[in-house]
Write a protein that binds this ligand. Structure first.
Ligand SMILES: [Zn+2]
Length: 176
């Protein structure tokens, strides 16, 4: 097991559409990556982590949306996830992101989605998610499209955040 470094916006990998995992990539190495991503997510701590956030531009994510309620932990490790159906009903929630620290945004999402994905060994799974788990998975799947909360926010809010980050990075550089 290993903790992976989480990258922060702006970063080219966060803005890039991730590619599908190829059939020959399934197996122990991919299973290991999924375990490392889960460890990194729990350590952060976060409820979801997509591969582009650890600078790997492939369609991979982990999520454990259970810590918002009293349910036992439910860890999902998804490779090539796709939404195969969605509800007409929308819900809104104030979201945050490990790659966009100290940024909060209300985002409208589908209340319920059916997701199909493969595990690290290439076995197909399908499940219906509603409420908070549905929100978390849609957020993580946005990362696979190269979309972060910044892209969903207003231009004003985004540029205000970007100039704050620029200043912080300048300061950090000066300290080195
Ligand atoms: Zn995120």
């Amino acid at each position: 097991m290993a903790l992976l470094p989480i990258i922060e916006a702006p970063h080219p990998t966060l803005s890039k559409k991730a590619r599908e995992v190829n059939p020959d990539e399934f197996g122990p190495a991919l299973v290991q990556l999924l375990d490392d991503m889960a460890e990194t997510m729990y350590d952060a701590p976060g409820v979801g982590l997509a591969a582009p956030q650890v600078d790997d531009s492939r369609r991979i994510l982990v999520a454990d949306p259970s810590n918002n309620d009293d349910n036992a932990p439910t860890l999902y490790k998804m490779v090539n996830p796709t939404i195969i159906s969605k509800s007409a009903e929308l819900i809104s929630y104030e979201e945050s992101c490990l790659s966009v620290p100290e940024f909060y945004l209300n985002v409208k999402r589908f209340q319920e989605i059916t997701v199909e994905w493969k595990d690290g060994m290439g076995i197909t799974h399908r499940e219906v998610f509603s409420g908070f788990p549905s929100i978390v998975l849609q957020h993580e799947m946005d990362h696979l499209e190269g979309i972060t909360l910044l892209d969903k926010s207003s231009k004003f809010k985004r540029s205000r955040y970007m100039s704050k980050v620029k200043k912080q990075r300048k300061k950090a550089k000066a300290r080195k």
